[in-house]
Write a protein that binds this ligand. Structure first.
Ligand code: M6R
Length: 604
């Protein structure tokens, strides 16, 4: 995840920009840069590599500015280089950005036709040009709104405008941005930690908000351009890294962190410029004839989703097993099996033991792990990273979707490596994956509708979850989420399996949650819903616009984003997470630390 800092200061900002960027190093980066207003002009300094390299540039060419922006870049569009490093400049605009602009290629083409030239390969530079074009016709606030209206994707940005010497602007959609309130100085940052050295009074921007800060004020606007107020809170700077922001619980925050976590994770697998998808660590996925996934709990459901894709897209047989069984079963494995352990913590005892067992058998081992210094990350032959950042809530959310995103990318990479898809299809699928952060943000916007279902659902003693295909594991995950934080008994079933037993449980008091956005199997799920409806079972259908048209008459319908079915298991995760979350809140449960559970299970 790229890091952003912006300061409208009373004294020189160079050292403070650097101090803040150092705090953001934990997010991972491969270049850094700062820019500031100097005598009415904006100057910038950038360097590939660590902040140390930027400091060396600044030692010979200091930036004598009192207003500035800074950025640590994690390369997505374009390799790590000084030219691709932020800030990017176009005319009067100098800009830093975190996220992905999905429609950048179309925007770049249209800007090129209008005579604009680009110096970098980044998607970011198109925003700078767009804003500069708008500034030819409009004042900064209107120009910002007009620019944001043209962007598709998930992003946070920070902006300097030449001629506006005491102004920094920012905007967010999908990626977080905070405003810091100082004493005669104001700040923006990609998280509370970025502004932590300077102030502990912080406002979190809402989805779609944009902001203009000067020395004393922050003018915040919502996505329609209406001025809005966002509450200013006092945070403990030392705790900022694991701060809940405006959220009541870490779990809620982490649900909303998912666009960023997913985008950062995908950037380790996809080159958005070429559309190529690759396994990190130089692993040749064509060298294997089978995949064995081992994991526990939520991570095993991420693995089960991946199984559908490894087999369907890549034609690669894939087994998924809970590690606690696998490790003692003495399974028969073929030598050309790639063993993949999936784990947020990288320390789960059963998964670690299964990974070690595979190693002993001489298999190539990989670890899809979020904690990169963990034992699994160190012991596996190769690390397939997720970049979800620290996950505090015991109930896994952003780690899960990051695992799913990484595994989906690996399935595409395997399909390409094995010649099962051509370059065009690889590009199409990688483009779809890069839309996931925006769609995850859209899905999380269903929060209010989902909250409204909680009072009724909280009364249930048993709840069933149904899904088909790759949404079946998501049904299992939905049931696990509800169980672990609300203590309501819940089970996930493959929708077609209902009539083979579980249908006996259906009555007026047993809600059935059906995860079924429209796809080729949707009609079959409609039949299963009819079976439930005929027995008086209350149905909550989580679907898309098309699916909603065929919802049973008595169903409560939650309409999520419309997207390619390939993305459904990822994009439809936030609604089931929010459902569990609000039911648990309704029941007054300890959401972040549910009874009897530990975040990392290092015992058998
Ligand atoms: O750290 P890991 O991903 O290996 O943890 C595996 C499970 O313990 C974990 O996913 C557990 O099921 C969570 N509480 C689910 O929310």
């Amino acid at each position: 995840m790229c890091g952003i800092i912006g300061i409208v200061g009373e004294s020189p900002v160079q050292d403070r920009l650097i101090e803040s960027l150092k705090r953001l190093e934990y997010r991972g980066y491969d270049s850094a840069g700062i820019a500031g207003c100097v005598d009415g002009q904006v100057e910038r300094r950038r360097a590939k590599g660590k902040i140390r390299a930027l400091e060396e540039v600044l030692a010979s060419e200091p930036l004598n500015a009192k207003v500035g922006i800074g950025h640590t870049r994690w390369a997505t569009h374009g390799a790590p280089s000084e030219t691709n490093a932020h800030p990017h400049k176009a005319g009067r605009v100098t800009l830093v950005h975190n996220g992905i602009i999905e429609n950048y290629a179309e925007l770049r083409d249209s800007l090129t036709r209008r005579g604009r030239t680009f110096e970098s390969e980044t998607d970011t530079e198109v925003i700078a040009h767009l804003l500069d074009c708008e500034l030819e016709k409009k004042p900064p606030i209107e120009a910002m709104k007009a620019t944001l209206d043209q962007l598709t994707g998930a992003y946070a940005i920070g902006v300097l405008i030449e001629g506006e010497d005491a102004l920094v602007m920012g905007a967010r959609r999908g990626s977080p941005l905070v405003v810091g309130y100082g004493d005669g100085e104001m700040f923006i940052g990609s998280d509370a930690l970025a502004v932590g050295p300077f102030t502990n009074r912080i406002a979190y921007l809402d989805e779609g908000d944009f902001v203009a800060i000067d020395h004393k004020t922050a003018r915040i606007f919502d996505e329609t351009g209406q001025p809005v107020q966002r509450p200013v809170r006092t945070v403990a700077a030392s705790a900022a890294l694991v701060e809940k922001g405006n959220y009541r619980h870490f779990m809620e925050k982490e649900i909303h962190d998912q666009p960023d976590a997913c985008q950062h994770t995908l950037s380790a697998y996809i080159d958005p410029t070429t559309g190529k998808v690759q396994a990190p660590g130089g692993v040749d996925l064509a060298a294997f004839d089978r995949i064995q996934i081992v994991a526990c709990g939520t991570a095993s459901y991420a693995g089960s989703i991946a199984r559908y894709l490894f087999e369907r897209l890549a034609g690669l047989p894939c087994d998924v097993e809970v590690a606690s069984e696998f490790r003692y079963r003495q399974p028969a494995v073929s030598p050309k099996t790639l063993a993949i352990a999936v784990s947020q913590s990288g320390e789960t005892a059963d998964t670690l033991a299964a990974l070690r067992w595979c190693k002993q058998q001489g298999l190539t081992t990989a670890a899809v792990v979020n904690v990169h210094e963990s034992t699994m990350a160190r012991e596996a032959d190769v690390l397939f990273p997720t970049h979800a950042g620290p996950e505090i809530g015991v109930a896994s959310t952003k780690a899960f979707t990051s695992q799913v995103a990484a595994l989906m990318a690996l399935a595409v990479a395997a399909a390409a490596a094995r010649g099962r898809i051509d370059a065009m299809e690889e590009k199409r699928l990688s483009k779809l994956l890069l839309e996931a952060p925006r769609l995850l943000a859209d899905a999380a916007q269903l929060e209010d509708e989902i909250r409204a279902l909680a009072p009724e659902l909280a009364k249930a003693r048993d709840v069933l979850y149904l899904g088909r295909g790759a949404l079946f594991p998501l049904a299992l995950e939905g049931a696990l989420k509800l169980k672990e934080i609300s203590y309501i008994h819940a089970e996930g079933y493959a929708a077609g399996e209902l009539k083979h037993g579980p249908i006996a449980l259906i009555d007026e008091a047993t809600p059935v949650i059906v995860i079924a956005p429209s796809d080729p199997l949707f009609e079959k799920t409609v039949s299963n819903m009819s079976e439930v409806a005929a027995r008086g079972g209350p149905i909550i259908l989580i679907t898309d616009t098309e699916g909603a048209k065929n919802a049973p008459a008595n169903a409560r319908v939650i309409v999520g984003p419309t997207c390619d079915p390939f993305l459904h298991p990822l994009v439809y995760a936030p609604p089931i997470q929010l459902l569990a979350y609000y039911v648990a809140v309704q029941k007054g449960a300890d959401v972040d630390q549910p009874r009897n559970l530990a975040k990392s299970v290092t015992v058998e």
